[in-house]
Design a protein around this ligand. Structure first.
Ligand code: SF4
Ligand code: SF4
Length: 700
């Protein structure tokens, strides 16, 4: 890579330009490398020679939740909450990488008074959510709120983490989150570039920063280069900032003499031409690399940042300080004392304007930025942001009479991006926005060079801004229409798919039922075939079934008969038992009567003993008789079982039923017989009782 520190045409070019300058001022364009550019009145002397104004604590700070390209930070405080300087009051989301969100810290100590929508310093003049902090004047701060150890990070990720936590964004005006600009890979970046070309008229904050904090800027660049493994640092400063050049060269020399810095640092003086401070223009000027318009500098392995951004990185890494204030130029033709001030983020413009002692009452709104790229704010109550480099207090100029384009081509010569400004203007005027887009209007950096040189006073940049917003709107509408169309098509597809699926399911179900029926039929057929399902066999089957049914009926009848027989037996068994008992009693009574007659003459005690013995003998005899009767019953039961068996086989139905009918008569007779005997025995005993009462009692 070859640097371009000298004019293209050597040392004689300056003499040639000096000769041509009265005739054609734009001859100075030969002194720099990029195309076009203009030489406005810089007016930097209003503030460049003044010392930095001491910090002001305003009555209130208005801190927007979004100050950068990306989305708003997440609120962390409530109304009435007391906060300290450097305290985190709004955080980046978890998905900070996608949303490009950076945290916000309190610029001073105080109380949160409001969380409401406030007008922002934006060309649209729209409102957004802001934290309104009422300072308590103590400016109590939290030291090293980022918790750093002061050592330089050794990897890109470590550096990015600190930069993100500190809430640092590009302070040159673009407002791109710095952590998102730094690559993740080490040794990828070929050169770390410092942008010290403050090309906008009136603005001197970078100049003053370089004059007063050159060491911080160089150290910040060294920290960045070391973390990324970049082999070289190059800084470009315009020739109209000689004090800054000296300070930066001195700081670079000191850094190179230190042991911790082994990276060469080059400070290059570049031509004073607007827009030298544009990133692409300065890169081209310093390196000869032309960054394609559809790419960022980091995509060609170059990292360029503003001097204020490097200073903020240094303070974050070494002291753990977040970005809560920045150097701002307060200047303008309407102010008596222009100055640069380290202003707290959120300081209202009118507080700063008042400190600069306006020449008369300010009944117009100020410009944020310079006269070329700046814009007039909606109100002077809007706050300083992290991207605010200048508050320009110039009375609005009367509108110049706009004339038709004379096709002089001056705008094309002045354009640093090599666009075709007049063609874009024609199509924009004709509302042919698609043609404006094809002319790469989105590559336009809105530098204002074309408007500046236009002899017809055509506000060309306004046409491009309008065209850009219209194209964005149309693209959004087209995108929304495309989404709606896709959704409609997806819906139709879904309905058709569901219909087809429904039909397929129905078809499958029908097929399954059919298959099941087929299987059933096949199985029945197979069964019939295996069983020889002929008319003759069917008749045989029917006969077998009839026989089976008859057998079952017979069995049931037999079971009922057996049940009757069993009941009869149950009745017969107690009768036999009773008979046995009666017989036993009879025998006992006989024995007792015999014993009584034999022992009428013996003593009462011996008679009693004898009678007891006989009683025992009678009992034993009764038991023997009972056993006999039980054996007989068992035999009878066996006989009955045999009869049942005979019933089952249908061989003794008649005889069994006859026996069952005759048996109760015989039993009845036996019972009657036994009862008769018992009555006789009772009569006999009664007679004996009358003669021997004691003996009768014993028998009971
Ligand atoms: S500078 Fe103005 S007049 Fe000349 S071509 Fe461009 S737009 Fe037309
Ligand atoms: S405003 Fe756009 S078109 Fe005009 S000179 Fe600048 S870059 Fe070119």
């Amino acid at each position: 890579m070859t640097l371009k520190p000298q004019p293209l045409l050597g040392k004689y070019i300056n003499e040639l330009v000096a000769l041509l300058k009265p005739l054609y001022p734009m001859a100075k364009r030969w002194l720099h490398r990029f195309n076009g550019g203009v030489y406005p009145a810089y007016m930097k002397n209003l503030s460049a020679d003044k010392p930095i104004h001491e910090m002001i604590i305003p009555p209130k700070l208005i801190i927007p939740l979004q100050q950068q390209i990306g989305q708003s930070a997440e609120l962390l405080v409530e109304i009435g909450e007391q906060v300290k300087k450097n305290q985190l009051i709004a955080n980046s989301s978890k998905d900070a990488g996608k949303a490009l969100v950076v945290p916000i810290h309190a610029p001073t100590s105080g109380v949160i008074r409001e969380i409401s929508e406030q007008t922002l310093p934006h060309p649209s003049g729209l409102k957004d959510i802001c934290i309104v902090l009422e300072p308590d004047g103590k400016d109590e701060s939290i030291q090293n709120v980022l918790g750093v150890d002061g050592k330089a990070p050794q990897s890109p990720q470590a550096l990015k983490d600190i930069i993100l936590q500190a809430g640092i964004i590009g302070m040159g005006g673009a407002g791109f989150p710095t952590y998102a600009k730094i690559p993740n890979e080490k040794n990828r970046v070929e050169m770390v570039l410092i942008n010290g070309a403050e090309c906008e008229p009136f603005i001197t904050c970078d100049d003053l920063l370089m004059q007063n904090e050159a060491t911080s800027i160089i150290e910040g660049a060294v920290i960045t280069a070391q973390a990324l493994g970049a082999p070289k640092i190059v800084c470009g400063i315009e020739a109209n900032k000689q004090k800054a050049l000296e300070a930066m060269r001195h700081a670079a020399k000191l850094a190179e003499q230190n042991d911790h810095c082994d990276i060469p640092i080059e400070i290059i003086e570049v031509e004073t031409v607007y827009p030298m401070g544009g990133q692409e223009q300065l890169i081209y000027e310093l390196t000869g690399y032309e960054v394609p318009h559809d790419k960022h500098a980091i995509q060609v392995d170059l990292l360029m940042m503003n001097v204020a951004t490097y200073a903020a990185i240094y303070r974050a890494v070494h002291y753990g300080e977040p970005l809560t204030c920045r150097l701002v130029t307060i200047t303008g033709l309407e102010l008596n004392e222009s100055f640069n001030i380290r202003a707290m983020i959120g300081t209202p413009f009118d507080t700063l304007i008042g400190a600069a002692k306006p020449k008369r009452q300010i009944d117009f709104s100020a410009i944020m930025g310079g006269p070329m790229m700046g814009f007039r704010v909606a109100s002077n109550q809007v706050p300083v942001l992290k991207t605010t480099n200048c508050v320009l207090v110039n009375r609005p100029e009367p509108e110049k009479l706009q004339m038709p384009c004379i096709r002089c081509g001056e705008c094309m010569d002045a354009c640093p991006i090599n666009l075709l400004p007049q063609q874009m203007y024609w199509h924009a005027q004709a509302q042919e926005f698609n043609k404006v887009e094809k002319l790469n209007v989105f590559n336009c950096i809105e530098c204002g060079c074309c408007s500046y040189v236009c002899p017809s006073n055509i506000p060309l940049v306004q046409y491009y801004r309008h065209a850009k917003s219209e194209i964005r709107q149309l693209n959004q509408e087209a995108a929304a229409a495309e989404v709606a169309k896709q959704r409609h098509e997806f819906r139709l597809e879904r309905l058709e798919r569901e219909k087809q699926e429904r039909e397929a399911r129905l078809k499958a179900k029908k097929a399954a039922v059919k298959q099941q029926l087929q299987k059933q039929n096949d199985a029945d057929k197979a069964e019939q075939e295996s069983a020889g399902n002929t008319p003759a066999s069917a008749a045989a089957k029917a006969r077998a079934a009839a026989a089976k049914a008859a057998a079952a009926k017979r069995k049931q009848t037999s079971t009922e008969a057996t049940s009757d027989t069993d009941q009869t037996h149950d009745k017969a068994i107690p009768a036999a038992r009773r008979r046995a008992i009666e017989a036993a009693k009879k025998a006992s009574a006989k024995a007792a009567a015999k014993n009584a007659s034999d022992s009428t003459t013996t003593k009462q005690s011996s008679a009693t003993d004898e009678q007891a013995d006989k009683k025992n003998q009678a009992k034993q005899a009764a038991m023997a008789a009972a056993k006999k009767a039980a054996a007989k019953r068992a035999e009878q039961k066996k006989s009955a079982d045999d009869n049942n068996l005979a019933h089952d086989y249908g061989t003794a139905n008649n005889s069994a039923s006859t026996e069952a009918k005759t048996k109760p008569d015989a039993r009845q007779q036996a019972i009657e017989k036994a009862r008769q005997k018992a009555r006789e025995m009772a009569a006999k005993k009664a007679a004996e009782k009358n003669s021997t009462p004691k003996e009768a009692d014993d028998n009971d």
